[in-house]
Structure formats: C-alpha cells, structure tokens
Ligand binder design. Structure first.
Ligand code: NAD
Length: 360
C-alpha cells in the first residue's frame, strides 16, 4: 500500500535541504519502486507568517495521518522577539507531543573520510557508529511536582521530579533492543542507579526486558562513566539507551565527536514505529538562502525513515552507500570542506547523491 510522507521543510535552510531530500525520494520512487506519496505543509516561522500559528491544525492533521514525517528545521532571527507561545520552536514541540514520539534516535556516525573534522584523534573516532536512544517524553523534564517556591525563611528553592514508570522504561528498552537487533546486538543502558532510586528501577526493568531478547548483550553504565567513555573510547558502544536528561547531554557529546552537525540525522518514534525524521541541526539563518548548506543530514534522515518506519532497509543502504561514494569522490559542502577537496553547494551535493544512488 502506498505510504504517505508529510514533508515539512520549515524555515531557513530547511527549505533548501529538504528539497534535496525530496530529490532523493523521487529518485527511489522512479528507479527503485519506492511506493510513497508526499504532501507538504508549513511549520515554524513560515507557518506563523502564513496563519499566525507555528503549528497549524492542518499541519498537525497531516502529520497524524501520514506514515512518517520529514522535517527540515524551524526558527530564525525574524521570529526571535515573538511571544514564546507562538515561537517557531513551539511547532516542533507540538509535533513531538501531538504524535506521542517517546523515543529519540540519535546516531553518531563518523565517515572515515571526515575523521579530521573531529576534535578527537582520527584513530579514536574514524568509523564511529553509535546509536543513542533517548527517552523523550518522561523523566525529569516532565515530572511533577516542579517549580520554584519560597521557604519560610524567605529563601527560594527550585525543585523538579525525576519519575519513570515501569511501562515507560520497558517501551524505550524495547526500542533499543529492536534497533540493536538490526545492528550489532549490543545495548549499554546508562543510569545513575548508585544514587537515584528512579534509575535503580530503570536498571532493574531494562535487565528484565532484555530477557525477552536473548540475542542482545545488555550492559549497564553510570552516566558519569558513560560521559568519560564517550570521549575516551567511543567505538566500544553500539546502542546506548538512557533517560531524557542523560540522553539530551550524551547525544550532543556524541554528535560533537563527529565534528559536523551537517552530517547527522535523527528520528523520533511513537509506539507503532511511526516517526518524525530530521537533521539534528537548526535552521542556520546565518547561511539560509545562499545555497551552501549541507543537505546530507536530511538525506540521511530519509535513510533512517526507510529503515525504521517504512521497512525498506535495502533502500536505506542505497542512500548511505551513495553518501559514502560522494564523500569518497571528494565532494564537500563548506562546513566539511578541507584542502584538496571539491567544494559544492547544496543542490550539487543533492544531485551527486542522486547520481550515486542511480549508479548503485
Ligand atoms: P544551527 O544548528 O541552526 O546552526 C549552528 C551553526 O551550524 C551555524 O553556524 C550554521 O550555519 C551551521 N550549520 C547548521 N546546519 C548546517 C548545515 N546543514 N550545513 C552547514 N552548516 C550548518 O543552530 P543555531 O544557530 O543555534 O540556531 C539557529 C536557529 O535554529 C534558531 O532559531 C534555533 O532555535 C533553531 N533550531 C532549530 C532546531 C530544529 O528545528 N530542530 C534545532 C536547533 C536550533
């Protein structure tokens, strides 16, 4: 049956990079029989300009009825002074909440051709391929009670609540184990079970849940050690699964190991594997409209969509191989450019990926 993809380019470079990802999808449709239809809608600042809301009801409806969502990025200087309730970022948060996307997948992949872009030694990071699975809708970012109160002595006190139910831990564990089964069968669960009871439960439930996945090798690591290990010897990890806050921090650390945010895709999934796919970077207003943005993170987001929602792993590989090929050929957008390489713009990079997919 034809699957529907909601295309939400958003703001800034979002328009330019999503256009290249759409070229890739069109090529897979035409040449390899990918059975999808696309429908585009506004989100973020461009939606606010159009109708006064960063997430129009029609956009949310489209995202709900679609099988997957491809998002560019939202935000920009133009909308920074707006009331917080209608800022472009609210569009993104509204989509995540409206679609109940509880699992955030953040791969940190460093292509050997770009190993010099990392601040770490090339031998530590070349060929890095980690998947961080972050719980996205629970934990301390959402726990109640929360707030700032004034104590009897007049001093103020801020407080938040770290809370996870067994079912929440189990479902994010299942996502991580399923993903590891498609990779190298290893999951490292990151917690702070020596100090926080909530993550003591996290560890217990992960261990229980892992019994349903006998092929998976589960290990546990305290978050402080995980932060150290990520910069000391990151290639030891396959899949890491962790809480909302720990995942927020560790996924950004892992992203920086690769040295280029223009290369990294991400996914947020719901209970049924439906997902929103987007590059990890923002709308880059400083370079928007210049045709120089790197479209590879968005193109690789399409590969994730094919693998995790559309069940088309072979087509995902076609995209990933094509990206490797263009890097091998020395093509670089300005953010990943180094001496001796060929500098290209956004559209030329997209075209080169399409050609490489065709040539397979
Ligand atoms: P950013 O990721 O947009 O840009 C950071 C730096 O990286 C900039 O110098 C930019 O030019 C560069 N960069 C980013 N993506 C690139 C690409 N594909 N190719 C080449 N260079 C690239 O982060 P920022 O500057 O902190 O934020 C800009 C706007 O984006 C803000 O409005 C912010 O709120 C928004 N934002 C949106 C998202 C999202 O939509 N998911 C995420 C982060 C930031």
């Amino acid at each position: 049956m034809t699957k529907k993809i909601a295309i939400l380019p958003g703001d800034g470079i979002g328009q330019e990079i999503v256009a290249e990802a759409v070229k890739v999808i069109a090529c897979l449709k035409k040449e390899f029989g990918l059975d999808v239809e696309l429908e585009e809608a506004l989100v973020g600042g461009s939606a606010y300009d159009d109708c006064g809301s960063p997430l129009p009801e029609t956009t949310l409806e489209l995202a709900r009825e679609a099988d997957a969502v491809l998002l560019g990025a939202v935000g920009g200087y133009k909308w920074e002074s707006l009331d917080i309730a209608v800022r472009p970022e609210k569009g993104l948060l509204g989509l995540r909440a409206g679609l109940e996307l509880f699992a955030n997948l953040r791969p940190a992949i460093l292509y050997p051709q770009l190993a010099d872009a990392s601040t770490l030694k090339a031998e530590i990071v070349a060929d890095l391929d980690i998947m961080i699975v972050r719980e996205l809708t629970g934990g301390i970012y959402f726990g109640q009670p929360r707030g700032i109160r004034t104590l009897k002595n007049g001093e103020k006190e801020g407080f938040n609540t770290l809370v996870y139910r067994e079912s929440e831990i189990r479902r994010i564990g299942k996502v991580a184990f399923d993903i590891a089964a498609k990779r190298n069968n290893r999951v490292c669960s990151v917690d702070k079970a020596n100090v926080l009871e909530c993550t003591e439960l996290w560890r217990e439930v992960m261990t229980e849940e892992a019994r349903r996945f006998p092929a998976i090798e589960l290990s546990h690591m305290y978050v402080d050690n995980a932060a150290m290990q990520l910069v000391r010897a990151p290639k030891q990890f396959d899949v890491m699964v962790t809480t909302n806050m720990f995942g927020d921090i560790l996924s950004d650390t892992a992203a920086m190991l690769t040295g280029s945010i223009g290369m990294l895709p991400s996914a947020s999934l719901d209970e049924n594997g439906k997902g929103m796919y987007e590059p990890i970077h923002g709308s880059a207003p400083d370079i928007a409209g210049q045709g120089v943005a790197n479209p590879l993170a968005t193109i690789l987001s399409v590969a994730m969509m094919l693998r995790y929602t559309l069940d088309e792993a072979e087509m995902a590989e076609r995209i990933e191989n094509a990206v490797r090929k263009v890097l091998d050929d020395g093509l670089r957008t300005q953010d990943i450019y180094s001496d001796g390489m060929t500098k290209v713009g956004t559209a030329a990079m997209g075209d080169a990926v399409v050609t490489a997919i065709r040539q397979g």
